[in-house]
Write a protein that binds this ligand. Structure first.
Ligand code: NAG
Length: 242
């Protein structure tokens, strides 16, 4: 495992892409609004039951919802992506706390698998995005605008892939970074991430990260638009359109 981490670190370094860092998940959530977060799990747990658990301590957390259930939290499993999503209609500021993305391992005396993340519920989140879903076609460019409040102006701005927590930062002179991701900070209230030449494999969940807070964004890359033949029509004859 350590070998794999080192190897992937070297590969990322060589490709000049994202650098691996340890991002502590702390998701900024707007109170009274709907929201969604992804949870990733190991491929081998595809068939296992997924759930969301509340509390600072894993062994004593309180199960809030299982996959397939709808309530305050609705959980949907996407086994082919090794991801489940947790969706809510509204959270209160008092719902801030540690939550666990969990997988039931089953069997007597076995410990379930899971990891924690913090939800910071705020009436005006310090980090936010206009829309948590972005769509593009293969080969296209997409841009995502990430907003931050004045207190976060001088914090590190990053764009991270949720699955491996690989992050891109604003390009500084002297550092080589994958040019297919460009970050521009306006220095006041937002930074814009431009992803160029989208590939199908870019699909997935990302995080706008500012300092210690993040806002999730789901990117869906579709097959390239079919090249359509645009017929030359004469306005007097609409039938040629057909
Ligand atoms: C995508 O962005 C790159 C770099 O900014 C630009 O050169 C290219 O023309 C853009 N492509 C499209 C399809 O907009």
């Amino acid at each position: 495992m350590i070998y794999l981490l080192i190897l992937s670190g070297i590969l990322l370094y060589i490709s000049g892409g994202a650098r691996v860092n340890t991002l502590k998940l702390n998701i900024a959530v707007k109170s009274g609004s709907s929201g969604i977060i992804p949870c990733v799990y190991d491929k081998q747990h595809k068939e296992n039951r997924k759930y969301l658990c509340l509390g600072g301590i894993w062994s004593s957390c309180r199960i809030l919802a299982y996959a397939g259930e709808t309530g305050k939290f609705s959980i949907t499993d996407y086994p082919d992506q090794s991801i489940f999503t947790v969706r809510w209609e509204k959270l209160e500021i008092s719902d801030s706390g540690y939550y666990w993305c969990a997988v039931e391992i089953g069997g007597y005396g076995t410990v379930d698998a899971g990891y924690d993340l913090y939800l910071t519920v705020q009436s005006a989140p310090d980090v936010s995005v206009k829309s948590s879903s972005v769509f593009g076609h293969e080969g296209d460019n997409v841009s995502v605008q990430c907003f931050y409040t004045s207190g976060y102006k001088y914090k590190l701005k990053q764009w991270c892939r949720y699955k491996d927590k690989g992050c891109y930062t604003e390009k500084r002179t002297g550092t080589s970074q994958n040019p297919s991701v460009q970050i521009r900070d306006d220095g006041r209230s937002s930074f814009t991430v431009l992803m160029t030449g989208l590939r199908l494999s870019d699909s997935g969940w990302y995080l706008c990260s500012v300092g210690d807070l993040q806002a999730p964004v789901q990117l869906t890359v579709n097959e390239p638009k079919p090249v359509t033949h645009i017929p030359t029509t004469t306005p007097s004859d609409p039938e040629t359109d057909k």
